[in-house]
Write a protein that binds this ligand. Structure first.
Ligand code: TRP
Length: 336
């Protein structure tokens, strides 16, 4: 029997093109830190990205790019397992099994789906059942903790329900219920509309790429919204507070303290704050860009690494699906 790794932490990210500082400070940086304390498995979930109707070439290159970006950010294959979802067909196999333990109503109530309906977007059955695939991503590794953002809370709740129902339905104590891990990651807001979470969908001026060039970083930070009419006198506007969050997330705690002090004594010039934020971001991204180009220089190495790493994760996935099928009463092609 293979030596199977016991994972404690699982999380996944969609290969949706350029990663931005919101993804980094909100998730990836935390993933890197967790490697020091836990056995972690992280996935680039290209099957999830299919629900956005992605163009094949873009899907493929975004997936490779995301792996490279995660490695550049410090995900270390010697410490954690990093996989590409489509290299592990057991994810979809488990999804089918779990679909039969999921109520139609439960999936219909997922906010992401309801929002799409509200906006009259045409939705595929894949988009509808996507949370079940997510539950499979989690349960297949039997990890206890799932570091996710607040927007994924409902999906994780559904995953727990499905796991519980599996145990009840098959009268086994098979799945432990995974728990969301909300850590000290920072929620970064859009620069142009600081009432909304940073995202790429609203356009260039709303986000900063993690690997962005210095010049455009400075431009975007300088253009960031700082005043909003509804901020009470003496309080920090959402935009200003977002700039402070970014500065803190870059590890510039001392500057945050002294500039916050300037703010409350009415001595802070926003240009000064923006300058500090730009410098901190340029410092961060310059280092990351260098790491990324080193990794990127060897494409064949990347392809081999992706396969090797995914194969490692697949061992665990295969074992889980084998055991699950036995409980369910369906056949496995082979015992391994
Ligand atoms: N749905 C998540 C997102 O859009 C990504 C995701 C897929 C995920 N599978 C997962 C997150 C498993 C945590 C665990 O961000």
């Amino acid at each position: 029997m293979n030596q199977l790794k016991n994972y404690e932490v699982v999380s996944c990210i969609q290969p949706s093109g350029d990663i931005h500082i919101g993804n980094y400070f909100g998730a990836v940086k935390n993933w890197v830190a967790l490697q020091e304390k836990y056995q972690c498995v992280y996935g680039v979930v290209d099957l999830h990205a299919m629900t956005r109707n992605s163009e094949p070439k873009a899907l493929q290159s975004n997936t490779d790019q995301m792996v490279i970006d995660l490695l550049a950010c410090g995900i270390d294959p010697n410490k954690s397992t990093l996989f590409v979802q489509s290299l592990i067909p057991e994810h979809t196999e488990l999804t089918w099994i779990l679909s039969n333990l999921t109520n139609f109503g439960e999936v219909s109530r997922q906010t992401q789906f309801k929002n799409a309906q509200k906006h009259n977007e045409s939705t595929s059955a894949g988009f509808f059942t996507y949370p079940i695939l997510q539950a499979a991503d989690i349960l297949i590794y039997k990890a206890k903790y799932v570091p996710v953002g607040d927007d994924q809370r409902q999906h994780l709740e559904l995953c727990r329900k499905i796991a519980e129902r599996f145990n009840t339905r098959y009268e086994v104590d098979y799945f432990d219920l995974p728990e969301a891990m909300y850590t000290n990651s920072s929620r970064i807001m859009s620069l142009a509309d600081p009432s909304q979470k940073m995202s790429k969908t609203k356009g260039e001026k709303h986000f900063i790429r993690l690997f962005e060039e210095a010049e455009t970083i400075r431009k975007k930070v300088n253009a960031a919204v700082t005043d909003s009419g509804d901020t009470p006198e003496g309080e920090m506007s959402k935009g200003v507070s977002n700039l402070f969050t970014i500065l803190g997330a870059c590890g510039k705690g001392d500057e945050v303290i002294s500039l916050t002090n300037d703010f409350y004594t009415n001595q802070l010039k926003y240009t000064q704050l923006k300058e500090a934020v730009s410098e901190a971001l340029v410092e961060l991204t310059t280092g990351l860009r260098t790491r990324r180009s080193e990794i990127q220089s060897d494409v064949s190495l990347i392809n081999d690494t992706i396969r090797e790493m995914s194969e490692k994760a697949r061992k665990t996935a295969r074992n889980t699906v084998y055991e699950v099928k036995k409980h369910v009463g369906i056949k496995s092609i082979s015992h391994f």
